[in-house]
Ligand binder design. Structure first.
Ligand code: FAD
Length: 237
């Protein structure tokens, strides 16, 4: 049999298998933050058991044929089974392209929703730090921290308009700060040092690009924080 025919059969079999595993949802609204590189997507996920989310979750979304990307559901309402995604689409990639073309009423498919194992611990100060790709993750963490006064931190945003929109749209103790270096670790490290956090009872949650996460973790360890006080997860490299 010709290779192209075998490939076609393989693809068909994979598609059949994939379709059996996929769950669906629908797009309720799409908001593009000018200059359109941050895309906020409201979703209805009728098959998601949102009431069971005890860690910050992630969702593996089908963004193209046999292509999946991880995003963070946040700002959820368990009763209506709705949530929002915040997709940093300033770079080129199948995930960015998928987010850019989405519109109200579209169907979406996803493979699974799983915990990230980032859940708020019972300490007086929870400090969340991240870049644009972790906006959803930081907002999800904020939603989980009770009482809310325990929560603060900073989100890197390269675009000045985005920083303004963040302050306008959200009642959040997170500070939107400028990203003055490619990966943002220099900007965040400077910001953390200025805060003069105490060594005791402070737990950091760091998410975003790998370079930033690694460098921030290194700096916090040098400052004397124990590894159990730093919950770090790299999102992309
Ligand atoms: C648990 C988890 C949760 C996540 N939640 C979110 C979320 O809520 N929102 C979100 O935007 N991202 C989130 N991410 C990150 C996202 O999955 C990756 O950024 C993914 O690579 C984007 O896919 P893509 O197809 O757009 O780019 P890819 O095809 O994967 O990458 C193309 C190129 O772009 C670079 N790149 C990838 N992401 C970025 C970025 N954000 N900025 C600049 N360059 C980049 C890559 O290094 C590569 O060179 C999450 C990741 C994980 C692991």
């Amino acid at each position: 049999m010709e290779t192209s025919t075998i490939d076609k059969i393989k693809k068909k079999a994979s598609r059949l298998f994939e379709n059996q595993l996929l769950l669906s949802g629908s797009v309720l609204e799409v908001r593009k933050w000018e200059p359109c590189t941050m895309i906020e997507i409201d979703l209805h996920l009728p098959f998601a058991d949102i009431a069971q989310w005890t860690d910050v979750p992630y969702i593996k979304i089908k963004v193209n044929d046999f292509t999946y990307r991880d995003y963070t559901p946040s700002c959820w309402d368990a009763e209506t089974r709705t949530c929002s995604l915040f997709i940093d689409a300033a770079h080129k990639g199948p995930g960015s392209e998928w987010a850019q073309q989405l519109k109200k009423g579209d169907a979406i498919n996803y493979l699974k929703i799983k915990p990230t194992h980032q859940a708020p611990v019972g300490t007086p100060a929870i400090i969340a730090l991240g870049d644009e790709s972790s906006l959803g993750h930081l907002l999800a963490l904020q939603q989980m921290v009770l009482p809310a006064t325990r929560f603060s931190g900073a989100i890197l945003m390269a675009d000045e308009q985005h920083r303004g929109l963040f302050r306008e749209y959200f009642r959040s103790p997170l500070q939107a700060i400028a990203r003055n270096d490619i990966y943002g670790h220099h900007s965040l490290i400077q910001w953390v040092i200025e805060q003069q956090y105490t060594l005791d009872n402070t737990v950091f949650y760091v998410t975003g690009n790998d370079t930033m996460v690694i460098q921030l973790r290194k700096m916090l360890r040098q400052q004397g924080y124990a590894s159990g006080q730093i919950k770090a997860q790299g999102f992309w490299s």
